[in-house]
Design a binder for this molecule. Structure first.
Ligand code: ADP
Ligand code: MG
Length: 380
């Protein structure tokens, strides 16, 4: 049974791309394939499901198996969704919807992303079944894991391994929540903090993080504004992992989800389930972007961890008997995703691509990367 479910989403051309006359060379077709047709390329890639430019956020939520994934998490499974692809390909849009520019104009409900829809779904189930929900939120920046929920300057948390827990982040903060608003607030705080820290550290690298005057500006509005400016840019420089922990108050066997991509899952499980959303940093060609100095270090760390992830996925895709050791220890990212990819977890992998002719090289590499995950199967 497949346990990594690769999906692809082709976003529409943006206004900028349309204005400068980019051609649309990537199309998602109804039969689960993405077709690339350009002057020197003609290729087709297969996925469990494909969403073309016209697909609404709701269609992606319903068609991706996300609703079933939420049910599996409630049933005690470790569930993960990750979005990956080039910067600007629609990862954050898919997970969280468009960036909200001001509090006066919140996003329309129809454009809310997989995360908000999943939270709504979780809370609905929580009301029916009595669940205790808590969340933790960390980012991996330059191979350091930082807690986005704990106040104070960012400090690196160690990733440890134990027989019973597998890889885990030591001392990460976990916060209980009972409403969509509460979790949205947490996310914003975390995102704002991430953006603020990025801007701040780039100006004050010379200062040690332990210096007392470097405290977080807790004034909410200020932090939010800074997030609106810097979030998109910064979010592509780090991997962000939001994990929702689901404990059922009343122990009860959950029925197996019926139809859809993840049908058949949902037996067993029990105990605490998790639902983890991973917004991966975009891959970047250092040569193309001309990154230098610190930016170059960041880009190299991002590329190295994405490479490590790709490597683990291709090893996992080999037939069980001939499979070499899976190198989860090669990066922080693969350690933290080891459970999702190699354990008994269920993972949705959303490859996000731009349809533009100008992004062709990155698009092809994203699609190739994703199609390697097609044959990752579950542990017997
Ligand atoms: P990434 O997180 O991969 O860097 P974003 O999610 O920020 O990319 O998307 C880049 C831009 O494209 C944003 O302005 C976003 O609103 C827009 N966009 C992405 N996907 C879609 C979509 N499916 N429909 C409409 N606009 C989109
Ligand atoms: Mg993003």
């Amino acid at each position: 049974q497949r346990h990594v479910c690769p999906l692809a989403r082709v976003r529409p051309l943006t206004c900028v791309e349309t204005r400068r006359g980019d051609r649309r060379v990537v199309r998602g077709l109804g039969d689960g394939t993405v077709h690339v047709s350009a002057a020197r390329h003609d290729a087709t890639f297969g996925f469990s499901a494909v969403f073309d430019a016209g697909a609404s956020q709701e269609a992606v939520f319903e068609g991706s198996g996300m609703r079933e994934l939420v049910e599996l998490a409630v049933g005690g499974f470790a569930c993960t969704v990750f979005a990956f692809g080039q910067t600007g390909s629609g990862k954050t849009y898919t997970l969280m919807g468009p960036l909200v520019q001001s509090e006066a104009e919140p996003a329309a409900p129809c454009v809310l992303g997989l995360m908000q829809r999943s939270f709504a779904c979780l809370l609905e189930q929580s009301r029916a079944a009595g669940l205790a929900l808590s969340a933790s939120y960390v980012e991996i920046y330059n191979e350091q894991v930082r807690d986005l929920l704990s106040p104070g300057p960012p400090c690196a948390l160690p990733v440890r391994w134990s027989k019973s827990r597998g890889f885990y982040v030591e001392n990460q903060l976990s916060v209980d929540f009972e409403s969509v608003e509460a979790i949205a607030e947490l996310l914003l705080e975390g995102a704002a903090w991430r953006a603020w820290a990025a801007g701040h550290w780039s100006q004050h690298r010379a200062l040690s993080p332990t210096q007392p005057h470097l405290t977080v500006p807790w004034a909410g509005s200020r932090r939010r504004r800074s997030s609106a400016h810097a979030l998109n840019k910064h979010s592509s420089r780090s991997h962000a992992l939001l994990t929702v922990h689901v404990r059922s108050r009343a122990v009860s066997a959950r029925p197996a989800p019926g139809t859809g991509l993840l049908a058949g899952w949902g037996r067993g499980g029990g105990g605490q389930g998790t639902l983890c959303f991973v917004d991966l940093a975009g891959s970047e060609r250092v040569k193309d972007t001309g990154s230098a100095g610190e930016l170059c270090v960041e880009a190299n760390n991002i590329n190295r961890s994405l490479l490590a992830l790709g490597h683990c996925i291709s090893v996992l895709a080999k037939p069980r008997g001939r499979r070499p050791h899976v190198p989860f220890r090669d990066s922080k990212l693969t350690r933290l995703l080891a459970h999702a990819l190699g354990g008994s977890g269920v993972t949705l992998m959303v490859a996000c691509v731009s349809p533009s002719s100008r992004c062709l090289a990155e698009t092809l590499s994203t699609l190739r990367y994703a199609s390697r995950a097609r044959s990752v199967t579950t542990r017997p």
